[in-house]
Design a protein around this ligand. Structure first.
Ligand code: NAP
Length: 446
């Protein structure tokens, strides 16, 4: 263990941390450029992150004036790390090379290895000379919106910036490592009542769900709205149902097992559909969908909540989008941020225009949205849906679990944190929120 990392673990005063020398290299999870064709000719589902994600020492990059080094205590698996590790839809080295051409600082990212990971909790180790709001020793979480704030298009809504990127996916030096390089405008306060691993699993999926449902940039859920949430115990869905409940709406959660249905019931979601038990067959074959199956889903939703959904929270993509557009209420909104099962989408446009529905695209969140979503975690109003914890050496297995849909909620990864349960600074708030509720997903997994 390097001296400065040990100092973080020992909780030394910020002055001592600032005086401790930085290491020249650090432990990180990465994919390699020379392995980008590792899975050529293999079916998507068979591509195995355990073969492509490596853990080893990499060099510490130079620090730009607007950046910070973070000692990463814990990180999380997001689906983008799955995409990177199976080199789909494209190897991420193309993103790094493009960033590399933008500036001297961008050039640091274009390497033959890509350090992955788009979530982190940890401690600020160093700040660049232009950083004003953060200092060495601050306990933080990191959101993944990586923007150039000197680009005019990055203002108003930074998600509309021409060169907006996702940190640790479209940039290098991500969070699945002992050290991470981040822009200062990615930093947010660590929720004081949560452990390192509980704090690390929220920023990406929580902020995305917040923008999709709560923000005026998304579907702006209102009291009384019925909201169909696909994958309702998955990374995004487990935050989505909490936002609908908090906002006075009625979530209809779709899951694929009785165990997942039980998690939803425990979270307070009464209307649950087990898609596997219902055995919906939206696609008759590779090219044709079956409207009667969309209709059957619509009937099931009405039977549960009395009406069609005002909002559909979409991300499975090709397998569900036709059904989502069909079941949305007249005038309703389908808000989508992904296409896990395929991005060439097909739906019946007559149902969209005749019933005045809207399909709204959404992607991560701007700093303000991420900050507001983080604040709700800090106040205990949004729970961390953490279901399992792995060590950094086991990152391939953790990504495999997510790739094969074997997980619930979020999987955390311990980086510098030597054990689970460390880092809680506000036990009173923790007690008020409730150990049982914070551990809800883990309890069900146990
Ligand atoms: P996740 O943790 O794997 O959860 C996804 C859930 O979707 C699964 O739990 C599964 O639930 C359900 N699902 C999977 N395939 C399905 C299918 N064919 N039909 C119906 N349901 C299906 O992943 P996540 O973190 O929620 O991310 C989901 C997608 O969103 C990924 O593609 C990810 O890359 C993307 N994403 C995009 C953004 C963005 O900013 N644009 C942000 C976060 C994530 P059941 O099996 O229980 O139904």
């Amino acid at each position: 263990m390097d001296h400065i990392f040990q100092a973080v673990l020992d909780g030394v005063p910020a002055e001592d941390l600032a005086a401790a020398p930085l290491p020249e290299s650090y432990r990180a999870a990465f994919v390699r450029r020379d392995e980008a064709s590792l899975f050529e000719g293999i079916e998507s589902a068979e591509k195995d992150p355990r073969k492509s994600l490596h853990v080893g020492e990499v060099d510490v990059p130079e620090l730009a004036p607007d950046e910070a080094y973070i000692a990463v205590m814990a990180s999380a698996i997001n689906f983008n790390t799955v995409w990177t590790s199976i080199f789909e839809p494209l190897p991420t080295f193309g993103f790094l090379d493009r960033l590399g051409k933008e500036s001297r600082w961008g050039a640091r990212h274009a390497l033959d290895y890509h350090v992955v990971g788009s979530d982190a909790s940890g401690v600020v180790l160093r700040t660049g000379s232009a950083v004003r709001n953060w200092k060495v020793g601050d306990k933080v979480t990191v959101h993944c919106n990586f923007v150039d704030d000197q680009d005019p298009s990055a203002h108003d809504d930074s998600m509309l910036a021409a060169n907006q990127r996702i940190w640790g996916f479209e940039s290098n030096f991500g969070g699945l490592a002992d050290l991470a390089l981040v822009k200062a405008n990615q930093l947010m306060p660590k929720p004081p009542h949560l452990s390192w691993e509980e704090a690390a699993v929220n920023a990406l999926c929580n902020s995305t769900a917040y923008r999709m449902l709560v923000s005026p940039n998304g579907a702006s859920v209102r009291q009384g709205d019925r909201v169909l949430v696909w994958g309702a115990t998955g990374g995004l869905g487990s935050f989505a149902v909490q936002y609908v409940l908090n906002g006075g709406g009625t979530p209809i959660g779709v899951v694929s097992s009785p165990a997942k249905a039980a998690i939803l019931n425990d979270l307070g979601v009464e209307a649950v559909i087990d898609r596997r038990a219902a055995d919906y067959r939206f696609w008759k074959d590779e090219f044709h969908q079956d409207e009667s199956e969309w209709r059957r889903l619509g009937k099931d939703i009405r039977a549960l909540v009395g009406d069609d959904p005002d909002i559909v929270f979409e991300h499975p993509g090709r397998s569900t989008m036709g059904a989502s557009v069909f079941v949305a209420k007249r005038g309703g909104t389908v808000v989508t941020c992904a296409a896990t099962s395929g991005y060439m989408i097909e739906y019946d446009n007559r149902h969209l225009w005749m019933k005045l529905k809207t399909i709204k695209g959404s992607h991560f969140a701007n700093y303000r949205e991420a900050w507001d979503a983080n604040q709700l975690v800090c106040e205990g109003k949004i729970l961390p849906p953490i279901s399992a914890v792995y060590r950094l050496e086991e990152v391939g297995e953790a990504a495999y679990q997510v790739h094969r849909n074997l997980h619930e909620g979020k999987i955390a990864v311990l980086c510098l944190a030597p054990a689970e349960g460390l880092g809680v600074d506000d036990p009173e708030l923790r007690a008020r929120v409730g150990e049982d509720r914070i551990n809800l997903f883990r309890r069900h997994g146990a």
